[in-house]
Design a protein around this ligand. Structure first.
Ligand code: SF4
Length: 182
């Protein structure tokens, strides 16, 4: 069974990689756009992106330069710390992401029998976490699943790492500082 899983994951990965050479972008550039659309305010930096992609800072830098030259992302200084860079999608970046070639896979997954979806998510999540642990790769998750998330005395969500209140819109975004509850 394990061998079959490896073959299927490998074939899916090759196929989805091929799908992403489209609209003048490559797979790494698409993945960076997807990441920036879902990353929270602590995670929209080149360093966090490199960690998420498991890529070197040099490789990520090339990806960001390409996206910037196409007008799909922009860099701005963080208001809380002017030394740090915040990466954001431009309107053109949002429009490009609306044409994400991975939507083909999303549609195919959506058409599977309803009982299969949750089982697949569970199995693939477990496989991913196992590999991340073995190779000491950072996990990225959202506030509601994070061991550092708490609710303060005024019933607002708060980050136990930074002490900051978390806006509702940020709670569903992935975070580089996420700590698993397991
Ligand atoms: S609670 Fe966890 S996931 Fe949420 S911002 Fe803090 S470290 Fe990140």
């Amino acid at each position: 069974m394990a061998q079959r899983v490896i073959v299927l994951l490998d074939r899916l990965s090759r196929l989805t990689r091929e799908l992403q050479f489209v609209d003048g972008l490559n797979p790494a550039q698409w993945e960076a756009l997807r990441y920036l659309a879902t990353a929270n305010k602590y995670s929209r930096s080149p360093t966090a992106l490199a960690e998420y992609l498991g890529a070197t800072k040099g490789t990520v830098s090339q990806t960001l330069i390409a996206l910037e030259s196409k007008g799909l992302i922009t860099r701005c200084k963080k208001t809380c710390d002017r030394r740090q860079v915040d990466l954001c999608l431009t309107d053109a970046g949002e429009a490009m992401l609306a044409k994400d070639p991975m939507r083909t896979l999303e549609r195919a997954a959506g058409e599977m029998a309803s009982e299969l979806g949750p089982q697949m998510v569970k199995g693939l999540t477990r496989l991913l976490h196992d590999l991340q642990n073995r190779h000491q790769v950072a996990d990225f998750g959202v506030c509601q699943d994070c061991s550092l998330y708490c609710v303060n005395e005024t019933a607002e969500g708060q980050c136990g790492s930074t002490g900051e209140t978390i806006a509702t819109v940020e709670k569903t975004k992935i975070c580089v500082n996420y700590k698993t509850t397991n």
